[in-house]
Design a binder for this molecule. Structure first.
Ligand SMILES: NC(=O)C1=CN([C@@H]2O[C@H](COP(=O)(O)OP(=O)(O)OC[C@H]3O[C@@H](n4cnc5c(N)ncnc54)[C@H](OP(=O)(O)O)[C@@H]3O)[C@@H](O)[C@H]2O)C=CC1
Ligand SMILES: CC(=O)N[C@@H](CCC(=O)OP(=O)(O)O)C(=O)O
Length: 348
């Protein structure tokens, strides 16, 4: 049997950290050697998360997020499930110690430090690493991810918007100036923090838009759409909070390019993702539903064309903690280490 790859999860007590624990504790090619939390340091994983009791590795104690101590465990790769700002500092220290880093935060997703400062409100903590970081959408950048030392795993909303749109923009099937994306996210998307607006009675049985008109995810969405379109793209993005634990449903519309047969939409999606392990195409008229993707690494995508308005309608669904965060990061990890892309991720 080949040696298992030693992995660390930094920020393992939060929501995406817990999702990474769920996947990596049973990943056939991984040995989890470090899991950090300042608040839970010293306690075994199983004491903090009883759902992991009796799984191999569940008695590993949480440790402090100290880069020297993490490197001393022999970890070859670190998943960072930390707040932005904090992640960049720890990433720098771990890269210096020879680890590969898969960062779930927004710190390395933007290639321009000025755009980071505009959207995140503080100067970038490690601008020298921005050129090297690879935006970790495996369906689009598998080749670069395989060679990467530092992967910036995409945000949850961006994944659900970018994957349906990129093939259409690359083939000039839609007008980039007309894109509108409405997304609905479960509450775990906000992380495991005390915040009055996230209390049960503030969210349950209620739906609200937020973050308009310039949610911070617009920065990476527009960056990646602009690359696909070969021109600067600016879109309207309206996120909503819905009373479910996890899952993102996104509905995106854009005008079909004049003279294009609507059937080209389905053909472009099929050509881009027909062989993709984790993209499930629902075809014309298909409406993606979060209940089919939660706790998986799948994203489901459907499409329609409204002849009355000339607009294409795309629907997509993913788990914000899965394809939108933890499992997508594991998909990149698999590519970096030359494992089957699906290793440890075939859950339903
Ligand atoms: N939730 C989601 O759906 C998604 C989240 N993301 C991004 O992933 C990252 C993690 O998100 P999420 O899991 O939701 O966050 P949580 O708030 O749930 O967890 C944050 C984790 O980081 C640790 N942490 C917090 N502050 C520090 C610090 N200063 N130094 C070291 N460790 C710290 C916490 O543990 P402790 O305080 O005990 O140290 C905890 O383990 C964020 O950047 C988020 O934006 C990306 C995609 C989707
Ligand atoms: C519901 C909810 O609050 N969602 C979060 C998205 C969190 C996230 O994915 O953060 P990054 O990708 O930027 O790391 C938000 O809107 O801020």
């Amino acid at each position: 049997m080949t040696e298992r790859i030693k992995c660390a999860i930094v920020g393992a007590s939060g929501y995406t950290g817990q999702e990474l624990l769920r996947l990596l504790l049973v990943h056939p090619q991984v040995e989890l050697v470090a899991a950090t939390s300042r608040q839970e340091a010293g306690k075994p994983l199983s004491a903090v998360f009883p759902r992991f009791r009796k799984l191999p590795g569940a008695e590993l104690p949480f440790m402090e997020p100290d880069p020297d101590a993490i490197a001393a465990t022999g970890a070859q790769a670190a998943f960072l499930a930390l707040p932005h700002g904090v992640a960049a500092e720890i990433a720098t220290a771990l890269l210096e110690r020879g680890l590969k880093v898969i960062d779930l935060s927004a710190d390395f997703r933007l290639s321009d430090a000025d755009v980071y400062e505009e959207f995140y409100g503080h100067p970038h903590p490690a601008p020298a690493l921005l050129d090297e970081a690879v935006y970790g959408l495996p369906e689009i950048r598998a080749g670069a991810i395989r060679e990467a030392r530092l992967v910036a795993s995409p945000g949850c909303y961006p994944t659900s918007i970018l994957l349906p749109l990129i093939p259409l923009l690359e083939a000039s099937l839609i007008d980039p100036a007309t894109i509108v994306a409405n997304s609905m996210s479960g509450v775990s998307g906000a992380g495991k923090k005390a915040d009055v607006s996230l209390l049960f009675c503030e969210c349950n049985e209620s739906v609200r838009a937020y973050g308009i008109p310039k949610h911070r995810h617009l920065s990476e969405i527009e960056q990646e759409l602009s690359i696909a379109a070969g021109e600067s793209v600016v879109i309207t993005f309206i996120p909503h909070l819905v009373p479910v634990n996890s899952g993102i449903a996104t509905s995106t519309t854009a005008k079909l390019t004049e003279g294009i047969d609507p059937a080209a939409i389905g053909e472009a999606l099929e050509s881009a993702y027909g062989d993709a392990a984790f993209v499930r195409l629902l075809g014309k008229g298909g409406c993606a539903d979060t209940k089919n993707v939660t706790r998986t690494n799948f994203i489901d995508i459907g499409w329609a064309h409204d002849a009355r308005t000339g607009r294409v309608i795309l629907t997509s669904a993913e788990d914000n903690l899965g394809k939108g965060a933890g499992s997508q990061a594991v998909q990149s990890f698999n590519l970096i280490f030359g494992l089957p892309e699906t290793a440890g991720l075939q859950t339903a």
